[in-house]
Design a protein around this ligand. Structure first.
Ligand code: ADP
Ligand code: MG
Length: 406
């Protein structure tokens, strides 16, 4: 992909989601694995597919809202009925709970979509009238990378609550794609459903362009001789490569993450698939746009800040102490699985100093977290164990490695 293609807007965003991720999923033995049918994988050549729609009576679903844009809300929710979306592979799979109930409802017009890099979150490729293009996150009980991608009531509620909370974050480099509408069906059992994620980052600004962060350093599957977009940006802007990556990408990502966790106790999983770089028409970075809010919450930090409980709290819902969660997210998701790849571009294409980059980030980390010892394990990091457990259980283990980014 060429840098100028980004100015096409949506088609470019979708192209990056699907095809500019060569070499990006090497951070764990499971990162490149997927049990999803080939035609629904992001890398497939199929331009789009249809989601199954059933029209559910309003009384049979539960709705969750975080200020959805009006045309979107009206597209999904009518006084008597709700448009309920199901991934076609989920619809066709045997043994999925609640499908028998959904099958009793009338079928609606299908919604045409294409997969994004996460696979279970898709992007509309056609919408009627004034309905804006949007993302839809789906219940997809198949393993994609490490986890089985179910989307249960608790995931949906968690995402909507976190979206509402993020409205309070005020930082000029911070933006987010709101999970603004959620819907579940299934009364007594364990309901599942879908989330609508808006395409326009909040706080709303004039139109700008989005680059999923893995596409900054990922190879282009369809045009492998292209240089990484990050390299193209550096050349175009005539920027100093090391200073550009530090000042315009790493530090804003770190500062957004530190502010949100310190002010609101929300551990945003700011890995390269969950953050996008917002740029202007000259490819100057403006904001870090965050997505995916089914996240862990540090309830102690919220209490200290005088805030109400929110979603999945570490002390109530996790068997692991909070410093292990902080380490998982910062040392691994952000440090190794994102900054590590940016650093590789710097050392591969330019004479950057690995030591200088790490030192600068570690220094900034301690500025933002003067009391880091209270939140992080001091001399080691924690990550998932190398085994797959049933029921999406996971084990965090001591990696016995010194932290590389703090
Ligand atoms: N470069 C990438 N880095 C991280 N995750 C990626 C990348 N490309 C694709 N993914 C996929 O995005 C998802 C990231 O996990 P997560 O954000 O927890 O889930 P989801 O986006 O489905 O809610 C995984 O399914 C992973 O395989
Ligand atoms: Mg994600």
């Amino acid at each position: 992909m060429q840098l100028d293609d980004i100015l096409q807007g949506d088609p470019a965003l979708l192209y990056m989601e699907r095809y500019v991720d060569e070499g990006t999923r090497t951070y764990s033995p499971f990162a490149a694995k997927s049990e999803v049918g080939a035609e629904y994988q992001p890398r497939s050549s199929r331009p789009s597919f249809d989601l199954v729609t059933v029209v559910a009576p309003r009384a049979r679903v539960a709705l969750f809202q975080a200020g959805p844009q009006r045309d979107l809300l009206e597209f999904y929710v009518q006084p008597e009925e709700v448009r309920f979306l199901i991934h076609p592979e989920t619809w066709a799979s045997p043994g999925i709970d609640n499908l028998d109930v959904l099958r009793t409802f009338r079928r609606g017009e299908p919604v045409q979509v294409a997969p994004t890099a996460s696979t279970r979150t898709v992007y509309t490729t056609a919408t009627p009238g004034t309905v804006p293009a949007h993302f839809i996150k789906l219940h997809y009980p198949r393993r994609i990378s490490r986890f089985n991608r179910r989307l249960r009531l608790k995931n949906i509620r968690n995402s909507i609550e976190a979206t509402r909370d993020l409205e309070h974050v005020r930082f000029e480099r911070f933006a987010y794609l709101p999970d603004s509408l959620g819907c579940t069906c299934g009364g007594d059992g364990n309901p599942w459903g879908f989330l609508v994620r808006e395409r326009i980052p909040r706080p709303v600004q004039e139109a700008r362009f989005l680059i999923p962060c893995f596409a900054l350093y990922g190879g282009d599957l369809r045009d492998p001789q292209n240089l990484p977009l990050l390299t193209q940006m550096i050349e175009r802007l005539g920027a100093d490569p090391q200073a550009f990556v530090i000042e315009e990408i790493m530090l804003p990502v770190l500062e957004c993450w530190a502010r949100v966790v310190r002010e609101r106790g929300i551990l945003l999983e700011s890995h390269a698939q969950n953050v996008l770089l917002e740029v202007d028409q000259d490819f100057r970075p403006l904001r870090v746009v965050h997505r995916d809010f089914d996240v862990w919450v540090d309830d102690k930090a919220r209490k200290n800040a005088g805030l109400q409980d929110l979603g999945a709290s570490i002390s109530a819902d996790s068997p692991y102490p909070r410093e292990q969660h902080y380490s998982l997210v910062y040392d691994h998701f952000i440090g190794r699985e994102f900054f590590g790849y940016l650093l590789q571009v710097l050392t591969r294409f330019y004479a950057a100093s690995e030591r200088e980059v790490r030192n600068r980030i570690a220094e900034a980390f301690h500025e933002y977290f003067p009391d880091a010892d209270e939140f992080f394990p001091s001399a080691t990091t924690y990550y998932f164990s190398n085994e797959l457990l049933p029921g999406n259980d996971f084990k965090l283990v001591d990696m016995k490695q010194a932290p590389e980014w703090r």
